[in-house]
Write a protein that binds this ligand. Structure first.
Ligand SMILES: NC(=O)c1ccc[n+]([C@@H]2O[C@H](COP(=O)([O-])OP(=O)(O)OC[C@H]3O[C@@H](n4cnc5c(N)ncnc54)[C@H](OP(=O)(O)O)[C@@H]3O)[C@@H](O)[C@H]2O)c1
Length: 203
């Protein structure tokens, strides 16, 4: 699969490295190829709009505050699968997204016609590098309004070693972003550290 990862920081490089190992073609959309963290010989770097243009899947791994300018600058994303991994983290681990909305829903507004899936936001980049805990895998929750796009997202999560779990329509992004705030606050402020992940039990 041709994947454009917009941003080559902690999350972008964790996802891209895992997908490259699984045989996907990854290009990183970066604003400055000279300072991008991902600079290995196997990594392709391009300006964000060029990276997105030829990709089947576009993955957003920039800070929430950059989304409003970065997403429209990617050009026409209609029909593409767009995976939003961002978290709108406000003061005191509150949501910085507008009340009643979420980063995922805002992405869908800024990219008309794109098939947006919220995913890869509810755990740390360190877990994305290795989602296995003994014999179990961390759950990767995702949500979106396009069934086929969600299948693609689930496959890409499974390729990294996650157990993907459909959390419902894109409006559920508000809850997935709240779940991320829980993870971040527990990791940073409440003594649990980053080496933890959510796992769903069902019967
Ligand atoms: N860190 C985690 O464990 C984690 C987990 C889940 C989700 N998230 C979310 O994922 C996103 C990325 O987090 P991260 O930890 O990977 O951040 P990071 O290491 O700071 O990387 C951010 C990337 O975004 C790029 N960027 C920033 N502003 C940009 C702009 N205006 N235009 C184009 N590119 C821009 C940066 O490029 P430059 O190098 O040029 O600045 C960098 O490549 C955030 O929304 C975060 O909330 C983070």
């Amino acid at each position: 699969m041709n994947i454009a990862i917009i941003g080559a920081g902690n999350v972008g490089s964790a996802l891209g490295g895992g997908w490259q190992q699984k045989g996907h073609q990854v290009v990183y959309g970066v604003r400055d190829a000279g300072t991008a963290k991902v600079n290995g010989a196997a990594s392709r770097l391009a300006p964000p709009e060029m990276a997105a243009r030829d990709a089947e899947v576009v993955v957003l791994t920039v800070p929430y505050g950059a989304l409003a300018s970065v997403v429209p600058a990617l050009g026409d994303l209609s029909g593409k699968v767009v995976l939003d991994a961002t978290n709108p983290v406000g003061p005191g681990f509150t949501s910085a997204a507008p009340a009643g909305s979420s980063a995922g829903q805002q992405v869908a507004e800024w990219a008309p016609g794109a098939r947006v899936v919220k995913i890869f936001n509810t755990t740390g980049f360190n877990i994305m590098l290795d989602p296995r805990f003994g014999t179990e895998s961390a759950t990767m929750f995702y949500c979106g309004d396009d069934a086929e796009a969600k299948q693609t997202a689930a496959k890409l999560a499974a390729d990294l070693g996650f157990e993907p779990l459909d959390a419902g329509p894109l409006s559920q992004a508000q809850l997935l972003e709240s779940l991320a705030l829980l993870w971040i606050s527990m990791a940073i402020a409440h003594g649990h550290g980053r080496d933890m992940a959510f796992r769903m039990l069902k019967r």
